[in-house]
Design a protein around this ligand. Structure first.
Ligand SMILES: Cc1cc2nc3c(=O)[nH]c(=O)nc-3n(C[C@H](O)[C@H](O)[C@H](O)COP(=O)(O)OP(=O)(O)OC[C@H]3O[C@@H](n4cnc5c(N)ncnc54)[C@H](O)[C@@H]3O)c2cc1C
Length: 351
């Protein structure tokens, strides 16, 4: 752990105990502004350093997205049924799944069934968005295929801003001979920063307090300012496992499809989870409706196309996150990355 009083902003090379020396590059002011091409992603600069280029997506908190969706649904007159879970029933003779609502309650933070069932119906389309552990996917016997090794991350909300305009910073280091990536995402609207750091599985054996101290050290490095354990709020002490996984199929019967984390999970670095759900998946669901209603496609055809599109999007995300999840190629191995995204270029971040 870095001595609290000995810490200085990483404008000079510095060493974490148990790490090889790393050098954090000063913010590539002019170079970054000149080289950044919105939408181009990332690449190697002329000196071979791994330079983060633009990530031209909007920076939003997931909690703000949820609120906006909730408000919009209310305006559209969509009925929201809290404290219920959806149970998907067998297919009828046309391949259509029914759904039943069951009242649930929380006991000691755990969701419990009450056995109180309501309103069984057979919808035109069942859009399953019940997360990575998707009970619906499991109940349908759809495998969640592992497409990479899993990685362990510590992440937390730091109650300090990264920069006046939000900001975005990444770096890579060697710890115990292994490549580790750290990422900090600031926010224009909130004076807080989300930090994710790649760790090894041994952090699972640490106490929550030790994990928080570990995260504070790495947050200090990637944010370029001293971060103390008490600066970390949400996420402190928690461990997240990240892995490329995908549902072997994202459709079932003639009226059911999976979106979001129920369909796939992947790298937190490529911002794929919510982004993919809110953009690609929603677009593809709209196509299903249009294909059936306007193009006169059969349900089977429309859902087959949905699955192809969903799987293609998943492959692209997994490929984009491959370097981070599997480690950079050897010729990148000494790269150290830090980048503040200039004004006008903003990155997304979690809640
Ligand atoms: C640390 C971390 C950082 C992340 N950062 C980013 C990021 O920067 N950008 C990004 O795009 N994504 C990010 N993600 C991913 C993002 O959070 C997820 O991709 C997104 O929340 C998935 O939404 P979802 O609706 O598919 O699933 P979830 O958010 O998991 O929601 C599923 C919901 O379904 C409910 N549910 C479960 N079973 C049932 C049932 N039977 N009936 C009714 N409801 C049910 C659950 O209670 C839950 O509320 C991050 C994730 C983590 C963990």
């Amino acid at each position: 752990m870095i001595e609290p009083n000995a810490w200085t902003p990483p404008s000079q090379p510095f060493v974490f105990p148990s790490m090889l020396p790393i050098q954090v590059q000063p913010e590539p002011e002019t170079a970054a502004k000149d080289q950044i091409q919105p939408g181009k992603g990332r690449g190697l600069s002329s000196n071979g350093r791994h330079v983060i280029q633009s990530e031209s997506v909007v920076q939003l908190r997931i909690s703000d997205v949820e609120k906006a969706l909730y408000d919009r649904a209310a305006k559209l007159g969509i009925e929201y049924v809290p404290h219920h879970q959806v149970l998907v029933g067998e297919q009828d003779e046309n391949g259509m799944h029914s759904v039943t609502l069951e009242k649930v309650k929380f006991v000691d933070g755990q969701l419990q069934s009450t056995g109180e069932l309501h309103s069984t119906l057979t919808p035109d389309l069942v859009v399953v968005a019940d997360g990575a552990g998707s009970p619906t996917r499991k109940s349908l016997g759809i495998e969640f295929v592992e497409e990479s090794d899993s990685k362990v991350y510590l992440g937390g909300q730091i109650n300090k801003p990264l920069g006046a305009d939000g900001g975005y910073s990444k770096m890579a280091t060697y710890e115990k001979g292994e490549l580790r990536h750290y990422m900090a995402t600031g926010h224009k609207k909130y004076p807080q920063t989300w930090v994710s750091v790649e760790a090894d599985s041994s952090v699972q054996q640490l106490t929550p307090e030790q994990r928080t101290a570990y995260l504070a050290d790495r947050a200090s490095a990637v944010m370029g300012q001293k971060i103390r354990p008490e600066d970390i709020s949400w996420g402190a002490g928690q461990v997240t496992t990240v892995q490329n996984r995908r549902a072997e199929t994202t459709v079932h019967g003639t009226n059911l499809l999976l979106i979001g984390d129920a369909a796939r999970t992947g790298s937190v670095w490529q911002s794929g989870g919510l982004n993919l759900a809110m953009t690609t998946d929603i677009h593809n669901v709209v196509r299903v409706v249009e294909n059936i209603n306007l193009q006169d496609h059969s349900r089977e055809h429309a859902l087959t196309e949905y699955n192809l599109r969903a799987q293609t999007a998943t492959r692209a995300w997994h490929e984009a996150g491959r370097l981070e999840l599997n480690g950079l190629e050897p010729h990148h191995s000494h790269a150290t990355v830090t980048c503040r995204v200039p004004e006008g270029i903003i990155a997304n971040g979690p809640s």
